[in-house]
Design a protein around this ligand. Structure first.
Ligand code: COA
Ligand code: AMP
Length: 636
């Protein structure tokens, strides 16, 4: 097949192109209107189609005679468990939980928040919501109560589904106290909390009296009658996934049902080149978009076997964990974040632990979630001798914007590049005035509208923020907030975020949110947080703080306090690397903090002094603070 021709058709005739893709799925009502508009004037895909994702991902395969095939392999080195779940078993479990949720009053359109570790029941919970047309919102299990509370208040769920604990390597982390703390903080607590009891730590469920009733997962499903899939419109929201924006309030990315199903099914062929029955392993977490799309929905829609891995690349028990899982389950395509491989490389630079593992089934390795730096790319390539495919996307898009189209026409790899635009995405490099840039010239990476199916139609209950965040800066385009360039042969190089979002170990975090929290500290007058390069985690947040006048707090003590505050407010994944007390922050004459200059200083000590700066000496204080923690030059 020819990538160029397929890509061109997707741009010249999007409706025809996506009509053909939609025809591959099992709809209740096949869409006739392929690209329409909603009342707010946004493009919407397949507006008159009707389907159900739980049906597509489960019942459809059973109808095709694949009910006995393994749908999910649960591999949990932290509990010593391994379990294969067939499509039939998964469907029955999902239908029962859906019946239980229905008994709790959940109907189409209701929100259900899911706060769970990497256990198959997290997948069951997501699919049970989809079965009813309820909108799930999965919150990453590593987030602290405050983050959970903020998401609950925005989504206003009828039910919260959680587990009694998560397990981090060898630490059992009880979830119940976290959930209780979150519910204490919320204005809109759910009517019911469903708790999956795990043997590693059982939670005591409260008597029926509180605001939120607590129900045991197993008791709920035992009493329930299985629910059939509820047909929903293609435009019906399947889920809300909160992601970091530039402020403390996360953005509720809305995902529709029909566009997402069509896009994921297409991606499984065009990018991942997988057929029904193939084993696909995405080592991520269901709390992130990568988990939603490629642990849960895409592999199951495609009839593959997916792996739910409850463990780490290292320490569970060692840096050979990836090779064990890949060999044992005959994984064909493997997807993870570059940080995970950097962690493996640090522990086992020669990949000695790969010895004796049969990786003959493994055909390709996919990386995303953060920039794949050339040294890491080179290392993965040399030790695995497989195609290493960097592909670039965002929570907002739900699937890859740029990738090597392995299932259409594999292209040569280029280190540092996420390769070519995926069919459906019109990728352009623009300057601040919206002028297209020539090859090799860096600028904002923008996507010409309409976005293809699967991408966000809006933000939950905040269409105004959707327009402001993504559509306003570059009219006619979706602004990705990433910067980069396209080379002479059309390859895209993504260089990093241009806003206040950073990427720590593949986790997307808001420096703006951290600034809001640090700014609340009684000793702090003002602050700035930026991402500094980190050899293992890609980036780490660092804070620069100006004390209130007369404040005498010991800077080392303050640093400790602020680090611990960020960990307990956001989560351990957001640990600050350092906090430096400075006399002043670089600002414009109108008083705006020059975060961009601070960011640049973390990479290059010789940054140009901006013309608008009020006091050029303020940059020296930042330079000194960075030098004190050994930052100031780029690592690759
Ligand atoms: N629940 C509770 N705590 C968690 C957690 C969870 N689900 N996930 C991470 N943490 C904690 C860790 O235990 C660690 O705590 P510590 O500072 O007390 O030791 C802290 O958060 C930092 O975690 P992290 O930076 O993630 O390091 P790690 O060693 O736990 O894991 C990786 C390393 C590579 C496995 C992990 O960072 C990872 O999976 N990254 C990729 C994320 C991803 O998939 N992104 C999506 C794109 S593919
Ligand atoms: P998230 O929404 O958590 O998936 O994070 C999206 C952000 O991660 C993007 O805007 C990029 O900044 C970064 N990112 C994801 N994949 C890549 C990649 N392959 N190369 C460079 N950056 C990436």
């Amino acid at each position: 097949m020819n990538y160029a021709a397929i890509y061109q058709r997707s741009i010249d005739d999007p409706a025809g192109f996506w009509r053909d893709q939609a025809a591959e799925l099992d709809w209740y009502r096949l869409p006739e209107t392929i690209l329409g508009r909603d009342e707010a004037g946004h493009d919407r895909w397949f507006t008159d189609g009707e389907l159900n994702l739980s049906h597509l991902a489960l019942d459809h395969h059973i109808e095709q005679g694949r009910g006995g095939q393994t749908a999910v392999i649960y591999d949990s080195p932290v509990t010593g468990q391994k379990r294969a779940i067939s499509y039939h078993e998964l469907r029955d479990e999902v239908a029962r939980l859906a019946g239980g949720l229905r008994d709790l009053g959940v109907v189409k359109g209701d929100r259900v928040v899911i706060y769970m570790p990497m256990v198959p029941e997290a997948v069951v919970a997501m699919l049970a919501c989809a079965r009813l047309g309820a909108i799930h919102s999965v919150v990453f299990g590593g987030f602290q109560p405050h983050e959970l509370a903020v998401r609950i208040d925005d989504a206003r769920p009828r039910v919260l589904i959680t587990a009694s604990c998560g397990i981090e390597v060898n630490r059992v982390l009880p979830y119940k106290p976290l959930v209780e703390a979150a519910l204490d903080e919320t204005q809109y607590p759910p009517a019911t909390t469903v708790v999956l009891q795990r043997p590693e730590c059982t939670a005591t469920l409260a008597a029926a009296s509180g605001v939120t009733r607590e129900v045991d997962w197993h008791e709920l499903i035992q009493a329930a009658t299985p629910a059939d899939p509820v047909p929903v419109e293609a435009t019906h929201p399947l889920y809300i996934l909160y992601t970091s924006g530039t402020t403390g309030k996360p953005k509720g990315v809305v995902r529709d049902t029909g566009g997402y199903a069509v896009a994921l099914n297409f991606s499984m062929q065009a990018i991942y080149d997988l057929d029904p029955g193939d084993v696909f392993w995405t080592a991520s977490d269901v709390g992130w978009v990568v988990g939603h799309s490629y642990i849960v929905y895409a592999p199951l829609i495609r009839g593959c076997t997916t792996i739910v891995y409850e463990g780490k690349p290292v320490k569970t028990p060692d840096a050979g964990a990836f090779w064990r899982v890949l060999a044992e389950h005959r994984v064909k395509a493997f997807f993870t974040a570059p940080t995970a491989f950097r962690a493996v490389r640090k522990e086992d630079p020669e990949a000695a632990l790969m010895a004796g593992r049969d990786l003959s089934a493994l055909e390709r390795i996919y990386l995303a979630g953060e920039r794949l730096d050339p040294p890491t790319y080179g290392w993965i390539k040399s030790i695995t001798q497989r195609p290493v495919i960097d592909h670039w996307w965002q929570t907002e898009t739900g699937w890859a914007i740029a990738a090597n189209p392995m299932g259409i026409e594999p292209h040569p790899e280029k280190s540092g590049s996420a390769a070519l635009p995926v069919p459906g995405y019109q990728v352009e490099i623009l300057d601040g005035d919206g002028v297209a840039q020539p090859p090799g010239q860096q600028g904002s990476i923008a996507l010409k509208l309409p976005l293809p199916p699967g991408c966000l139609p809006t933000l939950w209950a905040d269409d105004e923020r959707f327009r402001r965040s993504y559509l306003q800066a570059l009219p006619g385009y979706y602004d990705t907030a990433d910067g980069g360039y396209i080379d002479e042969s059309g390859y895209l190089f993504v260089m990093g975020r241009m806003d206040d979002v950073i990427n720590v170990a593949g986790h997307r975090l808001s420096t703006g949110e951290m600034e809001e929290m640090i700014g609340d500290h009684p000793a702090v007058a003002e602050c700035a947080v930026v991402g500094v390069a980190d050899a293992l985690k890609g980036e780490m947040p660092m804070g620069f703080v100006v004390l209130k006048s007369g404040e005498t707090i010991d800077p080392a003590w303050l640093e400790k306090e602020l680090m611990s505050m960020i960990r307990t407010r956001i989560g351990a994944i957001a640990s600050l690397q350092a906090v430096a007390v400075v006399d002043k922050l670089p600002k414009t004459r109108s008083g705006k903090i020059l975060r961009k200059s601070i960011r640049q200083l973390t990479r290059d000590a010789d940054v140009a002094v901006p013309a608008t700066i009020e006091d050029p000496t303020s940059l020296d204080a930042i330079r000194e603070a960075l030098a004190a923690v050994g930052v100031g030059t780029q690592t690759d």
